[in-house]
Write a protein that binds this ligand. Structure first.
Ligand SMILES: C[S@@+](CC[C@H](N)C(=O)[O-])C[C@H]1O[C@@H](n2cnc3c(N)ncnc32)[C@H](O)[C@@H]1O
Length: 285
């Protein structure tokens, strides 16, 4: 089969299986099956696929048609310009989470903090910690997760990106493995924030394939914020920042949970949805 025919047929198969953006998905899977980039697809439309390549593409199309996210099939997702390994043990990093990274960089620059200490809570693939370690070359970066499988992926990503010497990974239920004696300049977190009762509003692909503990927080969705905020106040340096991603419509509740924290600000995502809340701890927190 020629490459251009494989692409047309693949896109048609995915469209029949109701996969959105079927052409784009077919391209991604074809690049994966052939281990080539997009430029190659366009440069070699007449190239004949080998039997192995056809079989690999077929398997990928079956999986994608069954709802498996393309990133779990190819094993990769880009975040902050970094190529990250992803498996079904970790949440697929989302573009809106890059606002967490931006917010930290903005506050670090404003305070002229060149070597801040940072803790990424619920690191998953390691995306936030890795982006920050890459940007802030003198930062002391820590990252934790409750899932041992996620920590394994985060460590593998750090090693691939040669950032493993810069990040200390730990298994921890929120901040329980960290002592108040070693306070941080930044505590960042993209927690699970979907309420169990809202499970029906979540895309089937997310519900079926992404880790439950990475997506769902509890009955209300605020459970992790409720535990994290007081824990963070005890482990931030005076004037340090807590930077959290929030779910749609959660801003008022999260601000209320922050109570007497200082300089609370919200960053909107590209859809103008409040997406990141940052607040500065003080001794009275
Ligand atoms: C929404 S995912 C975020 C992953 C990654 N930081 C990102 O932005 O793509 C939430 C992560 O928190 C972890 N997690 C859930 N409950 C936790 C807890 N109590 N303590 C530490 N990590 C937890 C999950 O395993 C998951 O990796």
């Amino acid at each position: 089969m020629r490459l251009k025919d494989a692409l047309t047929r693949g896109a048609a198969r995915l469209a029949t299986a109701n996969v959105p953006s079927s052409r784009l998905n077919a391209e991604t899977l074809l690049m994966f099956a052939l281990a080539v980039d997009r430029a190659y697809l366009y440069a070699h439309p007449e190239r004949e696929l080998t039997q192995d390549e056809v079989a690999r593409l077929d398997e990928a199309l079956v999986q994608r048609g069954g709802g498996v996210p393309a990133q779990y099939i190819t094993g990769h997702q880009e975040f902050w310009g970094l190529d990250l390994i992803v498996t079904s043990a970790v949440l697929i990093p989302r573009p809106e989470t890059e606002h967490v990274v931006e917010t930290v960089l903005r506050h670090a620059a404003a305070a002229d903090l060149r070597a801040p200490s940072i803790l990424d809570v619920g690191t998953g693939s390691g995306c936030i910690a890795l982006a920050l370690a890459g940007e802030l070359r003198h930062a002391r970066v820590h990252a934790c997760d409750l899932s041992p499988e996620a920590l394994e992926i985060a460590r593998a990503n750090a090693a691939r990106l040669q950032l493993d010497e810069r990040i200390e990974f730990r298994s921890s239920d929120l901040l329980s493995a960290y002592s108040a004696a070693e306070p941080f300049d930044f505590i960042v977190c993209n927690p699970p924030y979907v309420a169990e009762r809202d499970a029906h509003t979540v895309e089937a692909q997310v519900r079926r394939f992404e880790p439950h503990m990475a997506v769902f927080a509890g009955e209300t969705g605020l459970e992790i914020y409720r535990r994290l905020i007081p824990q963070a106040s005890a482990r931030l340096r005076h004037g340090g920042w807590l930077v959290m991603e929030i779910g749609h419509g959660m801003e008022p509740d999260v601000r209320a949970l922050l109570g007497t924290w200082q300089n609370i600000s919200t960053t909107l995502d590209l859809q103008s949805i409040p997406r990141v809340v940052a607040a500065q701890g003080n001794e009275s927190c």
